[in-house]
Design a protein around this ligand. Structure first.
Ligand code: GUN
Ligand code: FE
Length: 436
């Protein structure tokens, strides 16, 4: 057994979405799991000295450092990283055709997949993403490579083999049978890797790339194996019109997924910018979460998602970078996009309360864990959960921020959220293991 103890300040949110700031705690971790948390360990000197003796690893944070839960990027596309920064002159559907699909077709080349995915996992870990929910590739071999990379590099991940059976002139789709067989094969390949940190997720790309038969078959697989589901919903106005044309007998975009049986309490849907009231009712009833992707929504001019409305309707909301809709795979940057979009909404509406940085920190950590129904394991540092954590250092060498005066812990946290960057993320732990 590996026994660790971490001493220092801890900042996290709780189930009530409150920010909890503790100046001085000892977090005890046995084989990755948090077994106890002592506040003001100096007050428990005797027990503490005894415990200390049996620990394999003792990490004492220095002045200017604090612990926090790792970020959960609840929606990103591993295959799209080579397109970061490209093509934001287009709207969603044109952007997919012009930039995204041509790139994604290249992943039949497994050497290319190896190179890209190694970088994706290393880079997102460096940014503090301890859990990532990935759209992988249409091709099962490439998906298996992404799963191997996350296993090797120690990131917690959901990995989805992308499903698309709507015929296209460029051949970038598969027939229903192949889609189903390859999805089942991919799930097996994850079982063979056998890492408790890596889970498959059923991934119909969106209602425009799958027919009802395929979506129903995918929903059956998810049900029979009790696994997660992810897709996109209501991201862009032209997309919504096209979905209504493709499924004229169904009343809404959300109703299409519901008719397929895809909406469960383990389903996460990215965007949800234009959801109507009856769609919110369905999502709430099913326990399905929306993943907010504000950088992508503004880059592709999709729209401004009203997160306060989702929350007021008791919809679980997580946060996603949606690379390469986003220009950055940093969850810190994504947090800032949430705040800017929320501030913009408040400027254009009467009596609109914008989200606070505390609300958004919650969304990037425990909120994401709840959206993905893994909040029994991660999202904050509580007894019984796994130690997925970051050590932040406001004195980090080469960092963007100076310390010309003394700051309180809360001020330092606020500075990190608004103005820090990955140079301040000096350690990243997943399940107690240092992965960066
Ligand atoms: N809808 C369907 N596919 C995609 C995608 O790759 N990115 C985004 N942002 N939306 C989508
Ligand atoms: Fe996406």
């Amino acid at each position: 057994m590996v026994r660790q103890v971490f001493f220092g300040p801890l900042i996290q949110t709780n189930d009530k979405e409150e920010l909890i700031i503790q100046e001085n705690v000892a977090v005890f971790v046995d084989d990755g799991k948090i077994t106890s948390i002592l506040e003001n360990p100096k007050d428990h000197e005797r027990e503490f000295q005894l415990e200390r003796k049996i620990r394999d690893e003792i990490i004492v944070l220095s002045h200017g450092q604090f612990m926090m839960p790792g970020f959960i990027d609840a929606h990103t596309h591993a295959v799209q990283f080579p397109n970061l920064g490209l093509g934001y002159n287009k709207g969603l559907l044109d952007w997919l055709e012009t930039y995204t699909f041509p790139l994604e077709k290249q992943y039949t080349d497994t050497k290319f997949a190896e190179r890209v995915f190694e970088a994706v996992v290393k880079r997102t870990i460096k940014m503090g993403t301890t859990t990532a929910c990935y759209f992988a590739s249409l091709y099962a071999d490439a998906c298996a490579i992404l799963a191997q990379k996350t296993a090797k590099l120690g990131q917690r991940a959901f990995i989805g083999k992308v499903n698309m059976n709507t015929p296209r002139d460029d051949g970038y789709y598969e027939n229903t049978l192949t889609s189903v067989i390859d999805t089942i094969g991919f799930i097996k390949s994850i079982e063979i890797i056998g890492s408790p940190l890596i889970k498959p997720i059923i991934t119909p790309r969106f209602a425009l790339s799958c027919d009802m038969e395929l979506m129903q078959k995918l929903a059956e697989i998810a049900k029979s194996k009790d696994i997660h589901i992810q897709s996109h919903v209501s991201e862009n106005k032209d997309e919504i019109i096209a979905v209504k044309q493709a499924f004229p007998h169904l009343p809404s975009y959300t109703a299409v997924y519901d008719a397929a049986g895809l909406l469960t309490n383990k389903t996460v849907l990215a965007h949800g910018v234009y959801l109507e009231d009856d769609e919110l009712t369905i999502l709430k009833e099913r326990g399905t979460a929306v993943i907010h992707c504000p950088s992508s929504n503004t880059n592709l001019k999709s729209g401004l998602c009203d997160v306060q409305r989702l929350k007021a309707n008791s919809i679980k909301v997580g946060l996603g970078t949606d690379v390469s809709g986003a220009t950055s795979y940093s969850m810190l940057n994504e947090i800032r996009s949430v705040l800017q979009v929320s501030n913009c909404l408040s400027l254009t509406r009467d009596n609109y309360t914008p989200l606070s940085y505390k609300d958004v920190f919650h969304m990037a950590t425990l909120g994401g864990a709840k959206a993905l129904s893994i909040d029994d394991k991660v999202g904050n540092l509580m007894i019984g959960k796994e130690f997925d954590a970051l050590i932040i250092d406001m004195n980090a060498e080469g960092g963007l921020l100076d310390n010309f005066k003394e700051y309180t812990l809360e001020e330092n946290f606020q500075r990190f959220i608004y103005a820090g960057d990955e140079r301040n993320i000096v350690s990243v732990y997943v399940n107690g293991k240092k992965v960066n």
